[in-house]
Write a protein that binds this ligand. Sequence first.
Ligand SMILES: [Zn+2]
Length: 286
Amino acid sequence: MIAGEVCAMPELPEVETMVRGLRSALSGRRVRRLEVLDPFLLQGCTAGELSRRGRGATVVAVTRRGKWVVLELGARRGILVIQPRMTGGFWLVEPQRPEHIRLAFHLDQPRATVWYCDTRRLGKVCWFADAHAAAQAFARAHGPDALEIGRDQLAERLARTARGIKPALMDQKVLAGIGNIYADEVLFHARIHPERPASSLAPAELDRLHRAIGEILTTAIALEGSSFDAGYRTVLGLEGGFLAQNAVYGRKDLPCRTCERPILKTKIAGLVGRPTYYCPQCQSRH
Ligand SMILES: [Zn+2]
């Protein structure tokens, strides 16, 4: 696993937004031609094999597992998993940067195209023979989905590590889907300092943390995720709305929405090159 991967954008809300947009465009549709423009992203199959499996296949389901986009092809054509990682995304409208197109799904009746673009080519496109093989591969590298994990399951997984709570929440093997932005937001809403050892949380704090994960992710999905710079866009090329109303991420020196103390920006152990934002009053260390 590369150093930046555990905190990669897009996170769960952005991938869920992609999946919802893709579902309306791809689910139940027949792929006339699956065009592979960049074989570099492929794992477990060649460009020729993938094109053959895609040609004439019906997309029977579009789902999400953690930060994976999962396309199930009918007639035993297998499972296509796309991991957008840092800079991948889908387009239902003509992509703004056509040189970054890596895959194109050309659909039949009516004709339409869905593009997968990846600016820095850090994403992956994997093929699995069936849903079981895909689920096994996911389980080897991930804990439960952040929207599905139970309170006690979360508590039990955090109790195993004395790392800071923020890097623990971002570890995809602990729970899948949370990265740098939503870890900061969740911890603010749960009123927990980001450097508290994960194993030191009291039962009431674990209650708040579990509730905050569900609430923040659900709110972010409703707002279609977080966009900044030239990064994530929805399938229609629009910016997500979460960072227009969030509590701490990117709000250095701005007043806390609860207590009005300035939000701090800092670096914490275990997170290379990723800033952490928190309120020193609302998220006291003790
Ligand atoms: Zn505060």
